[in-house]
Design a protein around this ligand. Structure first.
Ligand code: 3PG
Ligand code: MG
Length: 376
């Protein structure tokens, strides 16, 4: 695949106005940013541009507003943080306050590029969206990938093209249906696929186990059965941490018994984490891998009672001798919460984007940049 154009491929940015598509879709609670990784991750690109005399106007989406201004998705906290980290960089309004963004409306692209000389995409987390700000400007302006986007593509490209073996992918999170495409694609590439998180119950159901009140996607059971019968190495939990009747996630005071059981979850109980035997098994798989890709927590780690599986996988990934890549907001924040982010080779800023890149081998945002470069 042809490489994406880099900052060095742009015309001299001195005195130019640059539209920077960033992914500042950061977690915010009560008006405060919980984790500013995605803002800090864009700074090398901003510095590269401003130190060469460019004026940078940044733009981003935040959340999923429905094409109209919505105060719940205000960019004010982001704008304030950006002003501290990169004074002088302007930030446009939340792109998704305009229906033209997700519709990739040419009139909205016109407005975005008006008065701009160059376009830089550093929004890896949104590169899988064929939205106006991602695919529109490269058709109108000299365009390049920023440092963050380029690094993400380089690292994930390495995994796509020739990973050190064994290659182990660890997938968690709640929905099998969201990840089916990538599960199928990864099965052809990996030596082992490790499945935890809420989606493991659909796999357990496919083996005939009871799942009680755990997350389950009944319409995916057949597909999971076929995957398990494919002859590929798929590891699913051998024990589960369950919460009994009356218990509340995130509220130990509410009562409800917490137990470790085997593969069957009883009526009225909910499986919320993988058990200690599974955690040890998964960790061993990670430790002996040449390449590890991890996306999605093993359990509801925000509740300390159900954090053991995710912590064990995070520990193993952080100390594994192989090349380790973690993709996705939840797994990245789990790593940060356990103080382990420094231990992995690459923390991707894009969850959906990294999965889709591994699944499809390319992304709309990358294609748009390559087409821009080919046009010259
Ligand atoms: C993300 O947080 O996953 C990215 O910013 C993309 O957001 P989206 O899934 O709403 O397009
Ligand atoms: Mg997402």
């Amino acid at each position: 695949m042809q490489p994406v154009p880099l900052l060095e491929d742009l015309p001299d940015p001195a005195g130019k106005r640059v539209l920077l598509r960033a992914d500042f879709n950061v977690p915010i609670s009560n008006g405060a940013i919980d984790d500013d990784l995605r803002i800090r991750a864009a700074l090398p690109t901003i510095e590269w541009l401003t130190s060469r005399g460019a004026t940078v106007t940044a733009c981003t989406h935040r959340g999923r507003p429905k094409g109209a201004p919505d105060p719940r998705y205000s960019l004010d906290p982001v704008r304030a943080r950006l002003a501290e980290l990169a004074p002088g960089v302007e930030l446009l309004e939340n792109l998704r306050f305009d229906a033209g963004e997700t519709a990739n409306d040419p009139a909205f692209v016109d407005r975005l590029v008006e008065g701009q000389d160059l376009y830089v995409n550093d929004a890896f987390g949104a590169a899988h969206r064929a939205h106006a700000s991602v695919v529109g400007p490269p058709a109108r302006l000299p365009s390049a990938a920023g440092r963050l986007l380029a690094r993400e593509v380089e690292v994930l490209g390495k995994i796509l093209s020739g990973p050190a073996r064994p290659f182990v992918a660890v997938l968690g999170g709640s929905k099998v249906s969201d990840k089916l495409g990538v599960i199928k694609a990864l099965l052809d590439q990996v030596d082992a696929l490790v499945i935890g998180g809420g989606m493991c119950f659909t796999f357990l159901a496919a083996l005939g186990h009871t799942t009680g009140g755990s997350l389950l996607e009944p319409d995916q059971v057949g597909t999971c059965r076929d995957l398990l019968a494919s002859g590929r190495r798929i590891l699913i939990p051998s024990d589960i941490v369950v919460l009994g009747p009356g218990g509340e996630i995130g509220d130990p005071g509410a009562g409800g018994e917490v137990r470790t059981v085997g593969r069957d979850v009883a009526e009225g109980w909910k499986g919320l984490d993988v058990g200690p035997a599974t955690a040890a098994e998964f960790a061993a798989e990670v430790t002996t891998a040449g390449t590890v890709f991890w996306n999605g927590p093993m359990g509801v780690f925000e509740d300390e009672r159900f954090a053991g599986g995710t912590r064990a996988v995070a520990d193993a990934v952080a100390s594994a001798p192989g090349f380790t890549v973690v993709g996705g907001g939840d797994s990245a924040s789990a790593l940060a919460r356990f103080g382990l982010a420094g231990g992995v080779d690459h923390v991707s800023t894009g969850g959906g984007a990294s999965l889709e890149l591994l699944e499809q081998g390319d992304l709309p945002g990358l294609r748009a940049l390559r087409e821009a470069a080919a046009r010259g």
